[in-house]
Write a new protein. Structure first.
Length: 87
C-alpha cells in the first residue's frame, strides 16, 4: 500500500491511465477483427474501407504507448497484405 502522498497520487493516476489504455487496446483489436472478418467473408471492398479505421486505431495505440512502434508497423503491414490478397 502507498504511504506517502505522492505514491497515493501515482496509484490514482495509474488506475486512470489503465482504463484509457484498455479502451484503446479494445478499439484496436476490434478494428483489426472487423477487417479480418470482411476478408474471410470475401468482401474486399469493405475490408479496404475498414482498413483506414484499423490504421487509425493502430496509430493511436502506438502514439499513446499501448503498443510499440515495430508492433504497429507489423500489424499494418500484415493487414495490408491480407487485404491485397483478398481482392
Amino acid at each position: 500500500m502507498p504511504i506517502t502522498r505522492g505514491a497515493k497520487k501515482a496509484v490514482r493516476q495509474q488506475a486512470r491511465k489503465r482504463i484509457f489504455n484498455i479502451r484503446r487496446k479494445n478499439v484496436l483489436t476490434d478494428s483489426v477483427k472487423d477487417v479480418q472478418k470482411a476478408i474471410t467473408a470475401g468482401d474486399g471492398a469493405k475490408a479496404k474501407d475498414l482498413l483506414s479505421k484499423a490504421y487509425q486505431a493502430i496509430d493511436k495505440a502506438e502514439k499513446r504507448g499501448v503498443i510499440k512502434k515495430n508492433t504497429a508497423a507489423r500489424k499494418k503491414s500484415r493487414l495490408t497484405a491480407r487485404v491485397k490478397a483478398a481482392k
